[in-house]
Design a protein around this ligand. Structure first.
Ligand code: AMP
Length: 176
């Protein structure tokens, strides 16, 4: 059986000193690893009605798109500013230096949609919390959030759980 953690490449000091960048493109490029990752991320939701999967740019698009098909759900992209062509709503979030924002098409969430949020990795949880606020403003019912990788030292998954969000993660790595 393939070990998913072994298919993820770690790049020290990228994009800046002290960060261990967990590069999931090597997992995605590996046919059986990608299939296993999507199967395992879908597993907790198989008995639940999920109407739409929200994926966060950019690696969340790849995993979220595959998960949406696996769960027979629609897919909604949340993108960085200036990328979506139609009217958007947005939420800012804090970075270590400065702020960033996520945008979503104003009509993307169906009425009373039951949605899950998907990204490759949760660190501080700032990105995922912005995605949750944005989906809630569009009246989505947030069923939970799924990530391939958790960095528990940064506390993001616990932060989401403290906000009563169900969080599923497949792999856990120490450090930043
Ligand atoms: P955060 O908002 O702190 O939870 O950061 C999560 C976002 O930043 C996700 O979109 C990740 O892809 C990216 N990210 C943060 N830390 C890392 C890391 N060590 N390796 C790869 N991606 C990361």
């Amino acid at each position: 059986m393939i070990d998913l953690a072994e298919t993820i490449r770690t790049i020290p000091d990228y994009p800046k000193p002290g960060i261990l960048f967990r590069d999931v493109t090597t997992l995605m490029g590996h046919p059986s690893a990608f299939e296993k990752a999507v199967d395992e991320m879908a597993a907790p939701w198989r008995e639940t009605v999920v109407n739409q999967v929200v994926g966060i740019e950019a690696r969340g698009f790849v995993l979220g798109g595959a998960l949406a098909v696996a769960l027979k759900a629609g897919f909604i992209p949340m993108r960085k500013p200036g990328k979506l062509p139609f009217d958007t709503i947005s939420e800012d979030y804090e970075l270590e230096y400065g702020t960033d924002a996520l945008h979503m098409h104003v009509d993307a969430i169906d009425k009373d949609a039951r949605v899950i949020i998907v990204d490759d990795l949760i660190a501080t949880g700032g990105t995922a919390l912005a995605a949750i606020r944005l989906a809630r403003r569009a009246n989505a019912k947030i069923l939970g959030a799924s990530f391939l990788i958790d960095l528990p030292d940064l506390g993001g998954a616990d932060h989401l759980r403290n906000e009563n969000i169900k969080v599923n993660t497949l792999l856990s790595f120490e450090g930043h």
